[in-house]
Design a binder for this molecule. Structure first.
Ligand code: HSE
Length: 306
C-alpha cells in the first residue's frame, strides 16, 4: 500500500471533571487526510483548506508526528501528506489532536501496522506537545480509539477505553480565541482537599455512569469545581449557556477541552437540537459569531476510507 485516506474526528477533552484524563470522540466534525509513502526520508505537506497552517514539517502538528515516525524506522522512508481540516484550529474540539492522530494512524497503516496502539498514541502526542507545549492524551486517545477514553497515566501510558450510552452531543464554538497554552497557564497549581474530594467523586461517578449506561449519574457527575471556575471567565456567556441548556433538557456539559467551545450531552436528538437553539439564541444576543454541531459519540476513531 502506497497511499491512504483517513477521516480524523474532533474530540471533547476533559469531559468537565476529568482534566487531562478523560475524552470522547465526535462523529462530526472531522479532518480528511491523504498520506503517501515517498522514498526520501522527509515530510512534504500540502494544506487543502484556508487555515494557513505552516507547511514546514517541524512547525506543523502532523509534520512533527511524521518526523517522529521516520526517526524510529530502520529502513527510512518519507511521507507526503495532504490535509483538509474541517476542525478549526483553536476551537477546543481537538483540532491539533485530529491532525496528529490522523497522521500517526495513517502512517502506521502504510507501514503495515508495525506499531502498537500505544506507540501510535506516543507518536501523536508529539503533535500535542508542539501545539500546546504539553503532552496530553485526552484528545489523542479517543481520536484514535473512538468512544470515551480514560487516560489513567501517560508515564507509563495506560489508556482504558470506556463503553458509553448512545448519547447526543451539542457543541457551540463561539468565535473567540482561547489558546490552550494560555488556558493552562491561568490554572491554580494547588487544590484544596475539599475540592479534590468533590472532583474525585465526580470522576468516579462519570466513569461509572458511562460503564453502567446510567445517564442520570453521568448528568450529575458533569461538575468541575477546580478548572471550570477559572477557565469559564474566558468564555463570554458561559454560565447562561450552561444553565439554559440544562433547562432545555441537557444532561449536563461544560467547556470542551480548554475552550472556547462548550459541549452538552443529551439523551435524544430532539433535546440536542433544542439545546442547539438555546446556544444560538444566547450568542446571537451577545453578538459573538459562532458555529454549532449536533452530533453523536464516534465509536470508531480515525477511520481509513480509501
Ligand atoms: N486537557 C487539555 C486541557 C485539553 O484542558 O488543557 C486541551 O484540548
Amino acid at each position: 500500500m502506497k497511499k491512504i485516506k483517513v477521516h480524523s474526528p474532533g474530540t471533547v477533552a476533559n469531559l468537565v471533571c476529568g482534566f487531562d484524563i478523560l475524552g470522547m470522540a465526535l462523529s462530526e466534525p472531522f479532518d480528511i487526510m491523504e498520506l503517501s509513502l515517498i522514498d526520501e526520508p522527509k515530510v512534504i505537506i500540502h494544506n487543502k483548506d484556508n487555515f494557513n497552517l505552516p507547511v514546514e514539517a517541524e512547525k506543523n502538528v502532523a509534520g512533527v508526528v511524521l518526523l517522529s515516525v521516520i526517526e524510529r524506522l530502520e529502513n527510512k522512508v518519507g511521507f507526503e501528506i495532504a490535509i483538509e481540516k474541517h476542525i478549526k484550529p483553536g476551537s477546543g474540539i481537538g483540532s491539533s489532536a485530529a491532525s496528529a492522530a490522523g497522521a500517526a494512524v495513517a502512517a502506521n497503516h502504510l507501514l503495515g501496522k508495525i506499531f502498537s496502539n500505544d506507540e501510535v498514541v506516543q507518536f501523536a502526542m508529539n503533535g500535542e506537545k508542539l501545539a500546546s507545549g504539553v503532552k496530553h492524551a485526552d484528545n489523542i486517545a479517543p481520536c484514535i480509539l473512538g468512544g470515551v477514553s480514560l487516560i489513567r497515566s501517560i508515564h507509563p501510558l495506560d489508556i482504558i477505553p470506556l463503553s458509553s450510552p448512545d448519547l447526543f452531543v451539542t457543541i457551540v464554538h463561539p468565535q473567540i480565541e482561547v489558546r490552550t497554552s494560555d488556558a493552562r497557564q491561568i490554572l491554580r497549581q494547588q487544590v484544596l482537599l475539599k475540592d479534590a474530594i468533590r472532583q474525585w467523586g465526580n470522576i468516579a461517578g462519570l466513569v461509572t455512569g458511562f460503564l453502567k449506561n446510567d445517564v442520570e449519574l453521568i448528568g450529575r457527575s458533569l461538575e468541575d469545581v477546580i478548572i471550570e471556575p477559572v477557565r469559564s471567565i474566558l468564555i463570554p456567556g458561559f454560565d447562561e449557556v450552561k444553565e439554559k441548556c440544562k433547562e432545555a433538557g441537557a444532561l449536563g456539559g461544560g467547556i470542551s477541552g480548554s475552550g472556547p467551545s462548550m459541549f452538552m450531552l443529551s439523551k435524544d436528538k430532539n433535546t440536542a437540537i433544542a439545546v442547539e437553539s438555546v446556544m444560538k439564541e444566547v450568542y446571537t444576543r451577545i453578538g459573538i459569531d459562532f458555529n454549532t454541531y449536533v452530533t453523536t459519540i464516534n465509536k470508531n476513531g480515525v477511520e481509513v476510507v480509501v
